[in-house]
Design a protein around this ligand. Structure first.
Ligand code: SF4
Length: 503
């Protein structure tokens, strides 16, 4: 008889897929959702094939019972929880508090992500926080695991992150992959994909990770898709989840069949088979109201079908997005990818504006530490900093940046590192290290059809100047709120800004 292994043990075993089952804690404390959670976790605890229960954190930005509280219940029932850990509605101190609580409860597995934009709540919409992005949170957890920063005994968190290969534009895909490098460099120990049904995209991520020697286990997301949910995802009403028109049409056809539920589960089992064939290290199974029997079926049928995974990939998961970008050239024999990246000088758009080129020049001449005017500017800034000029200078900087970039007066400006785009005013989630997972066709998750994702604009601008690799190069620390309402130029030249962040 197989013995039950923890999530991290299962992921480390190349001979077998690890299996996590995603359960949504739901709204309320003693409602159907929590009862279902407990019943299913109890059954999963007895099954050696299920290694962990994934516990979501306010999906869709709507409030639900704390993921942490349900994770404790899962732990008590004897199954490892994998807790979604987001900063959408908590600042860095609240996140740290949550980490202490998780540590005390001996809950180590965390899935660190940006989180969906907060939605409707008591007396109106909730205030979005996003004090840290996913890369910052991973780094903070790594520092706690090293016993650094808190100067307390080292923690043992096993933290992973999310990536979406299911983006349609080159800029979005590259923004996802560049951020993936930063997530891994800052401590992500495993990576879970967003939701999608395109085998070539799953294969792309596998090959991207392998060819860039990003040695982390990959977990593919399997969501049992019903027609109503597929339609919501197709209309971009569930952030980051991609269901194409061709797949909706297929589900519409199936909806007239009496065995439509079986077909939905069979599709999930087939995706399991494909992910196993593509050498993913694990799968994360989810879906509304899934029963233990459903999950068992997906695992067993998926194992049985895995010998024919290539056929299944070609027949059932060929759902490209219209004009969608792929990082690698297509392999005609399989419909998947070769290991040859496409020539990106001939794809996508590049759009460096005159303003960006001019700002680059100004930075290289006056601001960069090696700039010819840097010593003079530093001396002037040191003088101003100690004189009555400090206040008018600060006001002048704020006024200028308000006119050009809707400045939010954070005092810790990083625009010159980010293609002269301000993440504080122009990204609703204030991301400093790369795009969240919610963009669709280049548009921002929060303002679809109205505002481009800033990382799309940034990529296109950098690409126009041959500097797009900069988006993965430098870790951008979070804002230091001590500097709020002060001059970021004075902070920069007086060595007080994020470049001097002592972590
Ligand atoms: S601008 Fe981009 S990173 Fe920011 S919230 Fe919108 S989609 Fe996400």
């Amino acid at each position: 008889m197989t013995t039950k292994r923890s999530f991290s043990e299962a992921l480390a075993d190349p001979a077998q897929l690890s299996v996590t089952w995603e359960l949504v804690p739901g709204r309320g404390a003693r409602e159907k959702a929590q009862e279902h959670f407990v019943k299913m976790a109890e059954l999963a605890a007895k099954d050696p094939k299920i290694n962990a229960i994934t516990v979501t954190d306010n999906p869709g930005g709507k409030s639900a019972i704390l993921a942490y509280s349900m994770a404790i219940e899962a732990k008590r029932l004897g199954i490892d929880p994998l807790v979604h850990f987001t900063s959408k509605d908590k600042n860095r101190n609240a996140l740290e508090s949550e980490l202490y609580a998780l540590d005390r409860a001996d809950i180590q597995n965390l899935l660190v992500m940006t989180g969906d934009y907060p939605g409707a709540g008591y007396a109106g919409s909730a205030k979005p926080v996003f004090d840290l992005d996913a890369v910052h949170a991973l780094r903070m957890i790594t520092k706690m695991n090293e016993g650094a920063y808190t100067k307390l005994p080292a923690t043992k968190f096993f933290a992973g992150a999310v990536v979406s290969p299911f983006k349609s534009t080159e800029a979005e895909i590259m923004a996802q992959y560049y951020k993936l490098h930063k997530k891994i460099a800052n401590g992500a120990k495993f990576i879970i994909t967003q939701l999608g049904y395109d085998a070539r995209k799953f294969d792309e991520l596998r090959k991207y990770v392998d060819t860039h020697t990003l040695t982390v286990p990959l977990i593919g997301n399997i969501f049992v898709l019903s027609l109503p949910v597929a339609k919501l995802m197709n209309k971009n009403l569930i952030p980051g989840c991609v269901v194409t028109d061709s797949l909706v049409a297929k589900l519409e056809e199936e909806s007239t069949y009496s065995n439509k539920k079986e077909l939905q589960l069979l599709r999930a089992a087939k995706l399991y088979a494909v992910l196993k064939g593509l050498k993913y290290n694990g799968v994360n199974i989810g879906g509304h109201g899934l029963s233990y029997i459903d999950v068992q079926y997906i695992i067993e049928k998926g194992e049985e079908l895995s010998v024919n995974w290539q056929e299944i990939a070609a027949d059932d998961f060929d759902h490209p997005q219209d004009g969608g970008f792929y990082f690698f050239e297509k392999e005609s024999a399989t419909g998947l990818n070769t290991c040859q990246p496409v020539n990106r000088s001939q794809t996508g758009s590049s759009n460096s504006s005159l303003k960006q080129s001019l700002m680059d020049v100004v930075h290289e001449v006056a601001f960069d530490h090696k700039a010819p005017l840097y010593p003079l500017n530093k001396a002037i800034a040191q003088f101003i900093d100690k004189s009555w000029l400090k206040q008018p200078f600060t006001l002048a900087e704020y006024t200028t940046k308000t006119m050009t970039n809707e400045c939010r007066f954070c005092g810790d400006c990083a625009m010159h590192e980010l293609g002269f785009i301000c993440p504080m005013s122009q990204c609703p989630k204030q991301q400093r290290n790369g795009a969240c997972g919610g963009s669709r066709d280049g548009w921002c998750e929060v303002y679809p059809g109205k505002q481009k994702c800033i990382f799309v604009t940034m990529y296109e601008g950098f690409k126009g100047r041959g500097k797009e690799e900069r988006m993965k190069a430098k870790y951008m620390p979070p804002c230091n709120w001590d500097l709020h309402r002060t001059s970021s130029w004075l902070n920069y030249f007086n060595d007080r800004d994020y470049n001097n962040n002592k972590e």
